[in-house]
Design a protein around this ligand. Structure first.
Ligand code: FUB
Length: 330
Protein backbone atom coordinates (compact mmCIF):
# COMPACT_ATOMS: atom_id res chain seq x y z
CA UNK A 1 0.00 0.00 0.00
CA UNK A 2 1.22 3.51 -0.82
CA UNK A 3 0.12 6.14 1.72
CA UNK A 4 -0.70 9.84 1.50
CA UNK A 5 -0.57 10.13 -2.26
CA UNK A 6 -0.79 13.74 -3.35
CA UNK A 7 -2.44 15.22 -6.45
CA UNK A 8 -0.10 15.42 -9.45
CA UNK A 9 2.32 12.89 -7.91
CA UNK A 10 2.71 9.25 -9.02
CA UNK A 11 0.09 7.18 -7.23
CA UNK A 12 2.45 4.18 -7.15
CA UNK A 13 6.21 4.02 -7.62
CA UNK A 14 6.96 0.27 -7.28
CA UNK A 15 5.86 -0.30 -10.91
CA UNK A 16 5.41 1.98 -13.92
CA UNK A 17 1.75 2.51 -14.80
CA UNK A 18 -0.04 4.36 -17.62
CA UNK A 19 -3.38 4.86 -19.41
CA UNK A 20 -5.52 4.95 -16.23
CA UNK A 21 -9.22 4.14 -16.52
CA UNK A 22 -10.91 5.06 -13.23
CA UNK A 23 -14.32 3.87 -12.05
CA UNK A 24 -16.27 3.82 -8.80
CA UNK A 25 -17.25 0.27 -7.89
CA UNK A 26 -18.56 -0.91 -4.52
CA UNK A 27 -17.92 2.51 -2.97
CA UNK A 28 -14.21 2.63 -3.89
CA UNK A 29 -12.26 4.17 -6.71
CA UNK A 30 -10.68 1.48 -8.89
CA UNK A 31 -7.97 2.33 -11.40
CA UNK A 32 -7.27 0.06 -14.38
CA UNK A 33 -3.89 1.10 -15.85
CA UNK A 34 -1.45 -0.34 -18.35
CA UNK A 35 1.68 -1.80 -16.73
CA UNK A 36 4.78 -0.37 -18.43
CA UNK A 37 7.77 -2.72 -18.56
CA UNK A 38 11.31 -1.55 -17.91
CA UNK A 39 13.74 -2.11 -20.79
CA UNK A 40 16.36 -0.12 -22.66
CA UNK A 41 15.30 -0.80 -26.24
CA UNK A 42 14.82 2.12 -28.64
CA UNK A 43 11.50 3.87 -29.30
CA UNK A 44 9.75 4.29 -32.63
CA UNK A 45 6.53 5.84 -33.99
CA UNK A 46 4.93 2.41 -34.11
CA UNK A 47 5.00 2.18 -30.31
CA UNK A 48 7.10 -1.02 -30.26
CA UNK A 49 8.61 0.25 -26.99
CA UNK A 50 5.24 -0.30 -25.28
CA UNK A 51 5.80 -4.01 -24.64
CA UNK A 52 3.34 -4.51 -21.83
CA UNK A 53 2.49 -8.11 -20.87
CA UNK A 54 0.06 -7.89 -17.98
CA UNK A 55 -2.32 -5.73 -15.95
CA UNK A 56 -2.54 -4.75 -12.29
CA UNK A 57 -5.59 -3.17 -10.62
CA UNK A 58 -5.20 -0.30 -8.13
CA UNK A 59 -7.77 1.11 -5.71
CA UNK A 60 -8.26 4.12 -3.44
CA UNK A 61 -10.92 4.37 -0.74
CA UNK A 62 -10.63 7.98 0.34
CA UNK A 63 -9.42 10.73 -1.98
CA UNK A 64 -8.90 13.15 0.93
CA UNK A 65 -5.98 11.07 2.24
CA UNK A 66 -5.40 8.61 -0.58
CA UNK A 67 -3.83 5.26 0.17
CA UNK A 68 -3.33 3.20 -2.95
CA UNK A 69 -3.69 -0.59 -2.89
CA UNK A 70 -2.13 -2.68 -5.67
CA UNK A 71 -4.32 -5.76 -6.08
CA UNK A 72 -1.58 -7.44 -8.11
CA UNK A 73 -1.62 -9.04 -11.54
CA UNK A 74 -5.17 -9.64 -12.80
CA UNK A 75 -4.48 -10.83 -16.36
CA UNK A 76 -1.35 -11.86 -18.31
CA UNK A 77 -0.92 -12.14 -22.08
CA UNK A 78 0.12 -15.79 -21.73
CA UNK A 79 -3.40 -16.56 -20.47
CA UNK A 80 -5.16 -14.93 -23.44
CA UNK A 81 -5.56 -17.58 -26.18
CA UNK A 82 -5.85 -15.14 -29.11
CA UNK A 83 -3.25 -12.51 -28.08
CA UNK A 84 0.47 -12.38 -28.90
CA UNK A 85 1.82 -9.16 -27.38
CA UNK A 86 1.36 -5.51 -26.32
CA UNK A 87 -1.37 -5.35 -23.70
CA UNK A 88 -2.18 -1.65 -24.10
CA UNK A 89 -4.70 0.71 -22.47
CA UNK A 90 -7.55 -1.20 -20.78
CA UNK A 91 -10.92 -0.34 -19.27
CA UNK A 92 -13.56 -2.07 -17.20
CA UNK A 93 -17.31 -2.00 -16.68
CA UNK A 94 -19.95 -3.43 -14.37
CA UNK A 95 -23.24 -4.93 -15.52
CA UNK A 96 -25.35 -8.03 -14.86
CA UNK A 97 -23.66 -8.50 -11.45
CA UNK A 98 -20.28 -9.06 -13.18
CA UNK A 99 -17.14 -7.08 -13.91
CA UNK A 100 -15.88 -6.86 -17.47
CA UNK A 101 -12.26 -6.04 -18.28
CA UNK A 102 -11.58 -4.81 -21.82
CA UNK A 103 -8.08 -4.71 -23.30
CA UNK A 104 -6.37 -4.31 -26.67
CA UNK A 105 -3.53 -6.57 -27.77
CA UNK A 106 -2.01 -7.77 -31.02
CA UNK A 107 -3.45 -11.03 -32.26
CA UNK A 108 -1.21 -13.80 -33.68
CA UNK A 109 -1.06 -11.90 -37.02
CA UNK A 110 0.13 -8.69 -35.34
CA UNK A 111 -3.25 -6.94 -35.78
CA UNK A 112 -4.58 -5.04 -32.77
CA UNK A 113 -7.91 -6.43 -31.53
CA UNK A 114 -9.95 -5.84 -28.40
CA UNK A 115 -10.61 -8.61 -25.92
CA UNK A 116 -12.81 -9.00 -22.88
CA UNK A 117 -12.29 -10.90 -19.64
CA UNK A 118 -14.78 -11.34 -16.82
CA UNK A 119 -14.66 -11.56 -13.04
CA UNK A 120 -16.76 -11.33 -9.91
CA UNK A 121 -14.68 -8.64 -8.16
CA UNK A 122 -13.61 -5.19 -9.40
CA UNK A 123 -10.11 -6.11 -8.14
CA UNK A 124 -9.93 -9.10 -10.47
CA UNK A 125 -8.66 -11.61 -11.40
CA UNK A 126 -10.32 -11.75 -14.83
CA UNK A 127 -10.85 -14.76 -17.09
CA UNK A 128 -10.45 -13.97 -20.79
CA UNK A 129 -12.81 -15.11 -23.52
CA UNK A 130 -11.30 -17.57 -26.05
CA UNK A 131 -11.36 -15.06 -28.91
CA UNK A 132 -11.27 -11.29 -29.29
CA UNK A 133 -14.55 -9.41 -29.74
CA UNK A 134 -15.66 -10.18 -33.32
CA UNK A 135 -15.39 -7.06 -35.48
CA UNK A 136 -13.07 -5.29 -33.02
CA UNK A 137 -9.90 -3.56 -34.17
CA UNK A 138 -7.33 -0.92 -33.13
CA UNK A 139 -6.72 0.09 -29.49
CA UNK A 140 -7.82 1.97 -26.37
CA UNK A 141 -11.27 0.61 -25.51
CA UNK A 142 -13.34 2.80 -23.17
CA UNK A 143 -16.75 1.50 -22.15
CA UNK A 144 -19.55 3.77 -20.99
CA UNK A 145 -22.67 2.22 -19.43
CA UNK A 146 -25.45 4.77 -19.75
CA UNK A 147 -28.23 5.48 -17.26
CA UNK A 148 -30.62 3.46 -19.46
CA UNK A 149 -28.22 0.47 -19.13
CA UNK A 150 -27.14 0.60 -22.78
CA UNK A 151 -23.36 0.16 -23.03
CA UNK A 152 -21.06 1.65 -25.66
CA UNK A 153 -17.44 0.93 -26.46
CA UNK A 154 -15.31 3.78 -27.82
CA UNK A 155 -11.94 2.87 -29.32
CA UNK A 156 -9.27 3.62 -31.92
CA UNK A 157 -5.81 5.07 -32.21
CA UNK A 158 -3.63 6.42 -35.03
CA UNK A 159 -0.06 5.31 -35.94
CA UNK A 160 0.85 2.25 -33.79
CA UNK A 161 -2.87 1.92 -33.00
CA UNK A 162 -3.44 1.01 -36.70
CA UNK A 163 -6.62 3.06 -37.25
CA UNK A 164 -5.38 4.36 -40.63
CA UNK A 165 -5.11 0.75 -41.85
CA UNK A 166 -8.88 0.25 -41.41
CA UNK A 167 -10.03 3.26 -43.51
CA UNK A 168 -11.64 1.02 -46.14
CA UNK A 169 -13.33 -1.20 -43.55
CA UNK A 170 -10.80 -4.02 -43.87
CA UNK A 171 -7.23 -4.20 -42.57
CA UNK A 172 -4.63 -3.02 -45.10
CA UNK A 173 -1.11 -3.54 -43.70
CA UNK A 174 0.48 -1.34 -46.39
CA UNK A 175 -1.58 1.78 -45.53
CA UNK A 176 0.31 4.18 -43.26
CA UNK A 177 -1.31 7.53 -44.09
CA UNK A 178 -4.58 8.98 -42.84
CA UNK A 179 -6.65 11.53 -44.77
CA UNK A 180 -4.96 14.60 -46.35
CA UNK A 181 -4.60 17.60 -44.00
CA UNK A 182 -7.56 19.38 -45.66
CA UNK A 183 -9.86 16.34 -45.33
CA UNK A 184 -11.94 15.47 -42.24
CA UNK A 185 -9.82 13.72 -39.62
CA UNK A 186 -10.41 10.10 -38.70
CA UNK A 187 -12.69 9.96 -35.67
CA UNK A 188 -12.81 7.45 -32.83
CA UNK A 189 -15.04 4.41 -33.32
CA UNK A 190 -18.16 3.56 -31.31
CA UNK A 191 -20.05 0.28 -31.07
CA UNK A 192 -22.94 -0.56 -28.80
CA UNK A 193 -22.33 -3.71 -26.75
CA UNK A 194 -24.80 -6.58 -26.46
CA UNK A 195 -26.57 -7.09 -23.15
CA UNK A 196 -24.04 -9.74 -22.11
CA UNK A 197 -21.25 -7.17 -22.74
CA UNK A 198 -19.22 -9.70 -24.76
CA UNK A 199 -19.91 -8.72 -28.38
CA UNK A 200 -20.90 -5.73 -30.50
CA UNK A 201 -24.64 -5.26 -31.01
CA UNK A 202 -24.11 -2.96 -33.97
CA UNK A 203 -21.46 -2.49 -36.63
CA UNK A 204 -18.68 -0.20 -35.25
CA UNK A 205 -19.01 3.28 -36.73
CA UNK A 206 -16.86 6.37 -36.86
CA UNK A 207 -17.78 9.29 -34.59
CA UNK A 208 -17.88 12.74 -36.12
CA UNK A 209 -16.17 15.58 -34.25
CA UNK A 210 -17.20 19.01 -35.52
CA UNK A 211 -16.48 22.63 -34.63
CA UNK A 212 -19.04 25.13 -33.29
CA UNK A 213 -20.06 25.98 -36.90
CA UNK A 214 -20.78 22.34 -37.74
CA UNK A 215 -17.64 21.85 -39.85
CA UNK A 216 -15.65 18.63 -39.39
CA UNK A 217 -12.34 18.91 -37.54
CA UNK A 218 -9.72 18.40 -40.26
CA UNK A 219 -6.83 15.94 -40.28
CA UNK A 220 -4.32 18.83 -40.44
CA UNK A 221 -5.78 20.44 -37.31
CA UNK A 222 -3.47 18.58 -34.95
CA UNK A 223 -4.44 20.77 -31.97
CA UNK A 224 -8.01 19.44 -32.11
CA UNK A 225 -8.18 16.25 -34.14
CA UNK A 226 -8.63 12.83 -32.56
CA UNK A 227 -5.48 10.72 -32.09
CA UNK A 228 -6.15 8.07 -29.39
CA UNK A 229 -7.37 7.42 -25.84
CA UNK A 230 -11.13 8.17 -25.96
CA UNK A 231 -13.14 8.55 -22.77
CA UNK A 232 -16.84 9.35 -22.34
CA UNK A 233 -18.53 10.68 -19.22
CA UNK A 234 -21.85 12.40 -18.63
CA UNK A 235 -22.25 15.76 -16.90
CA UNK A 236 -25.54 17.60 -16.53
CA UNK A 237 -27.18 15.38 -19.17
CA UNK A 238 -24.52 15.91 -21.84
CA UNK A 239 -22.00 13.37 -23.11
CA UNK A 240 -18.37 14.53 -22.94
CA UNK A 241 -15.94 12.77 -25.30
CA UNK A 242 -12.35 13.49 -24.29
CA UNK A 243 -9.23 12.23 -26.07
CA UNK A 244 -5.54 12.70 -26.78
CA UNK A 245 -4.38 14.83 -29.72
CA UNK A 246 -1.19 12.72 -29.95
CA UNK A 247 1.32 14.82 -31.88
CA UNK A 248 0.33 18.00 -29.99
CA UNK A 249 0.16 16.10 -26.66
CA UNK A 250 -3.09 17.55 -25.29
CA UNK A 251 -6.21 16.08 -23.72
CA UNK A 252 -9.16 17.87 -25.31
CA UNK A 253 -12.93 17.37 -25.30
CA UNK A 254 -16.11 17.67 -27.31
CA UNK A 255 -19.76 17.38 -26.20
CA UNK A 256 -22.98 15.90 -27.57
CA UNK A 257 -26.56 15.17 -26.59
CA UNK A 258 -26.13 11.70 -28.10
CA UNK A 259 -23.59 9.08 -26.91
CA UNK A 260 -22.81 8.27 -30.55
CA UNK A 261 -22.29 11.90 -31.57
CA UNK A 262 -21.70 14.04 -33.49
CA UNK A 263 -19.61 15.77 -30.82
CA UNK A 264 -18.88 19.51 -30.86
CA UNK A 265 -15.28 20.43 -30.02
CA UNK A 266 -15.01 22.56 -26.86
CA UNK A 267 -11.42 22.94 -25.61
CA UNK A 268 -8.40 21.65 -23.73
CA UNK A 269 -8.62 19.76 -20.44
CA UNK A 270 -4.91 18.99 -19.89
CA UNK A 271 -1.88 20.74 -21.36
CA UNK A 272 1.10 18.55 -22.41
CA UNK A 273 2.74 16.34 -19.82
CA UNK A 274 6.36 15.17 -19.63
CA UNK A 275 6.61 12.34 -22.17
CA UNK A 276 5.14 11.73 -25.64
CA UNK A 277 1.85 10.04 -24.82
CA UNK A 278 -0.97 11.51 -22.79
CA UNK A 279 -3.96 9.39 -21.76
CA UNK A 280 -6.65 9.97 -19.18
CA UNK A 281 -10.01 9.18 -17.63
CA UNK A 282 -12.57 11.30 -15.80
CA UNK A 283 -14.61 10.07 -12.83
CA UNK A 284 -16.95 11.46 -10.19
CA UNK A 285 -16.29 10.22 -6.65
CA UNK A 286 -18.02 11.54 -3.54
CA UNK A 287 -19.23 14.73 -5.28
CA UNK A 288 -15.87 15.70 -6.76
CA UNK A 289 -14.64 15.15 -10.29
CA UNK A 290 -11.16 13.75 -10.91
CA UNK A 291 -8.86 13.48 -13.90
CA UNK A 292 -6.55 10.48 -13.88
CA UNK A 293 -3.62 10.83 -16.29
CA UNK A 294 0.02 9.79 -16.66
CA UNK A 295 3.38 11.36 -17.28
CA UNK A 296 7.05 10.33 -17.38
CA UNK A 297 8.39 12.52 -14.57
CA UNK A 298 9.39 9.56 -12.34
CA UNK A 299 11.59 8.12 -15.13
CA UNK A 300 12.95 11.54 -16.11
CA UNK A 301 11.12 11.55 -19.42
CA UNK A 302 11.55 7.98 -20.67
CA UNK A 303 8.45 7.55 -22.85
CA UNK A 304 7.73 3.92 -22.02
CA UNK A 305 8.18 4.34 -18.24
CA UNK A 306 5.09 6.26 -17.19
CA UNK A 307 3.30 6.91 -13.89
CA UNK A 308 -0.38 7.43 -13.17
CA UNK A 309 -1.36 10.62 -11.37
CA UNK A 310 -4.62 12.40 -10.55
CA UNK A 311 -5.93 15.90 -10.04
CA UNK A 312 -9.37 17.43 -9.42
CA UNK A 313 -11.22 18.95 -12.36
CA UNK A 314 -13.63 21.86 -12.18
CA UNK A 315 -16.54 22.80 -14.46
CA UNK A 316 -17.57 26.35 -15.22
CA UNK A 317 -21.27 27.29 -14.91
CA UNK A 318 -21.75 26.84 -18.67
CA UNK A 319 -20.51 23.23 -18.48
CA UNK A 320 -17.07 23.88 -19.94
CA UNK A 321 -14.09 22.31 -18.17
CA UNK A 322 -11.31 24.45 -16.71
CA UNK A 323 -7.95 23.74 -18.40
CA UNK A 324 -5.37 22.08 -16.16
CA UNK A 325 -1.62 22.69 -16.32
CA UNK A 326 -0.29 19.63 -14.46
CA UNK A 327 2.85 21.51 -13.40
CA UNK A 328 1.08 24.81 -12.69
CA UNK A 329 1.97 25.03 -9.00
CA UNK A 330 5.64 24.17 -9.46
O1 FUB B 1 0.17 2.53 -23.54
C1 FUB B 1 0.25 2.23 -24.91
C2 FUB B 1 -0.43 3.28 -25.71
O2 FUB B 1 0.17 4.54 -25.46
C3 FUB B 1 -1.88 3.49 -25.37
O3 FUB B 1 -2.73 2.51 -25.88
C4 FUB B 1 -2.07 4.85 -25.93
O4 FUB B 1 -3.26 5.48 -25.57
C5 FUB B 1 -0.84 5.55 -25.42
O5 FUB B 1 -0.99 5.99 -24.10
Amino acid sequence: MVKNVKPNEPIVTHIYTADPSAHVFEGKLYIYPSHDLEHDEPSNDNGDQYKMEDYHVLSIEDMDSPEVVDHGEVLHVKDVPWASRQMWAPDSAYKNGKYYFYFPARDKDGIFRIGVATGTSPAGPFTPEENYIPGSFSIDPAVYVDEDDRAYMYFGGLWGGQLEKWQTGTFKEEVTEGPAPTEPALGPIVAELTDDMLTFKSEPKEIKIIDEDGNPILAGDEDRRYFEGPWVHKYNGLYYLSYSTGTTHKIVYAVSENPQGPFVYKGTILTPVIGWTTHHSIVEFKDKWYLFYHDCSLSNGINHKRSVKFTEIKYNEDGTIQTIDPYGDK
